[in-house]
Design a protein around this ligand. Structure first.
Ligand code: FAD
Length: 440
């Protein structure tokens, strides 16, 4: 068993997309990085629909080819049935030449983490971080329990920067007591599980059996129902189906009751029930996450960076999570690299990074939840980001918000930022292009 070193330049907590990508960026710059994850990989994770935006980040770390070689399903876009209106997004209509992906996250995350290792990040599995001591501003100390094999040994490691990429555990934000649940009118939960032999929705708007995956590109299918909305994401050999509903909706239910509720929704909804007609639910696959939207208003400091879900998570409706994690990883790695070169500016770099990351979360929040000016969102930061975005990317996002009737606030921000004019005309054309019915 390799000994965990007692010091390093950067200690990364968590080997999900955020942590592994940050570790890769830093190791590629010759920085001594140690990454600890409490799990053994490959490990289970939700979030299987990836948008094409991820490629610009995976190109930066040089992992794109390994992802392509895995042969994940390429998705062409999405079809949304929201309050009876059916809309389609094809990424190619917005200038994207590379597809989105439907990935098994255990495999995807493992590729990213192995890539970090191949770039000389030192990775340790089954090591759980317990506490982060930032009191010595030059040498933070991270306390962990090493659970490898049959051991259960406490230890600590000193470093110059801590990157908290611990996902929803949000270790630092919890330690700072800055983690807040986002409450709009209500809080939401997610329940998700897996089916075999489901039909899938193709880019041709028809339903197909799994053996047609080689012939027809799939899309992510999303539909609303009286309590919330559901996703349907076909993978290789199984399909992920998830449900979003107010947390209150399953209050007091035990695991069995939640499963009955989930399966009942699946069998009663139009379209979804047809897709699942011949499918079998994989016993024991149901998972549950209540109150999944949260944020923190302190995510970067002179010796720490919280990235990915450790900093915030908004809402899965536009499949932003992994993209956000990769973006944060790139931003934090850049700030750390510069801080190591110019130590006296490290506070300034962390402030710049915080502002960039808050822009992105604010943007996601304005887009997904339609609320801003509260819950820690600074509308000016969101507008700044809108101004910096390529017009087609912004147009795709505005169109996506339109598919789920969430565009009102988002459009207002874009108008105030002075960026709506350049694409409003073409947007209106696409927004009114409705599919009258789905043939399944
Ligand atoms: C219901 C739902 C659906 C979603 N759907 C999508 C989607 O379709 N597309 C999309 O892009 N995103 C989606 N997401 C979001 C996506 O899953 C996350 O944004 C993404 O996984 C964030 O990556 P991360 O690296 O920040 O965290 P994670 O992937 O959560 O990784 C965190 C890592 O930290 C480790 N860790 C935690 N605590 C400790 C500790 N104490 N010590 C050491 N290690 C620790 C964990 O073992 C884990 O490996 C969804 C999220 C939810 C809740």
């Amino acid at each position: 068993m390799t000994a965990i070193p007692s010091s390093c330049d950067v200690l990364v907590i968590g080997g999900g997309p955020a942590g592994s990508s940050a570790a890769t960026h830093l190791a590629q710059a010759g920085i001594d990085v140690v990454l600890l994850d409490r799990a053994t990989f490959p490990r289970n994770q939700v979030g299987e629909s990836l948008i094409p935006h991820i490629w610009k980040f995976t190109d930066m770390t040089g992992v794109s080819e390994k992802i392509e070689q895995e042969g994940f399903l390429a998705k062409a876009g999405s079809i949304t049935a929201w309050n009876g209106k059916i809309k389609q997004i094809r990424f190619s209509d917005f200038g994207y030449t590379r597809p989105g992906l439907h990935v098994e996250r255990d495999i995807f995350d493992d590729i990213l983490l192995k890539h970090a290792q191949s770039c000389d990040a030192r990775v340790f599995h089954e090591v759980a971080v317990k506490k982060i001591d930032l009191s010595d501003s030059r040498w933070p100390k991270v306390h962990y329990t090493d659970k490898r094999g049959s051991s259960n040994d406490d230890g600590s490691i000193r470093c110059r920067f801590v990157v908290d990429a611990s996902g929803p555990s949000s270790l630092l934000a919890n330690q700072f007591k800055t983690r807040r649940t986002i409450s709009t009118q209500t809080n939401f939960l997610s329940l998700w599980g897996y089916f075999t032999d489901s039909r899938f929705v193709g880019v041709d708007r028809q339903s197909h059996s799994e053996d047609e995956l080689a012939k027809v590109k799939p899309v992510t299918f999303v539909m609303s129902f009286e309590d919330g909305w559901i996703w349907h994401i076909v993978l290789r050999g199984k399909t992920s189906v998830g449900l979003i509903a107010p947390t209150e909706r399953t209050k007091g239910m035990d695991r069995q009751q939640r499963e009955a509720f989930f399966l009942n929704v699946c069998t009663k909804l139009p379209h979804l029930s047809r897709l699942l007609e011949t499918a079998q639910f994989i016993e024991g696959s149901l998972q549950f996450r209540p109150n999944y939207s949260y944020y923190s208003d302190n995510i970067c400091g002179e010796n720490y960076y919280c990235i990915g879900d450790a900093a915030a998570f908004v809402d899965p409706v536009f499949s932003h999570g992994v993209q956000n994690a990769l973006y944060n990883a790139a931003a934090a790695a850049l700030a750390i690299k510069e801080s190591l070169k110019h130590e006296r500016h490290r506070l300034r770099y962390s402030q710049l990074c915080e502002s960039r990351m808050q822009q992105f979360y604010g943007f996601s929040r304005a887009l997904s939840l339609g609320d801003f000016g509260c819950n820690g969102v600074n509308p000016q930061l969101v507008k700044n980001l809108m101004k910096a975005m390529p017009p087609l990317e912004l147009e795709l996002i505005l169109f996506a918000s339109e598919t789920t009737n969430r565009s009102e606030n988002f459009r207002r921000l874009a108008r105030e930022a002075g960026v709506l004019g350049c694409f409003e005309e073409s947007f209106s054309g696409k927004a009114h292009e409705r599919i009258e019915a789905l043939d399944f």
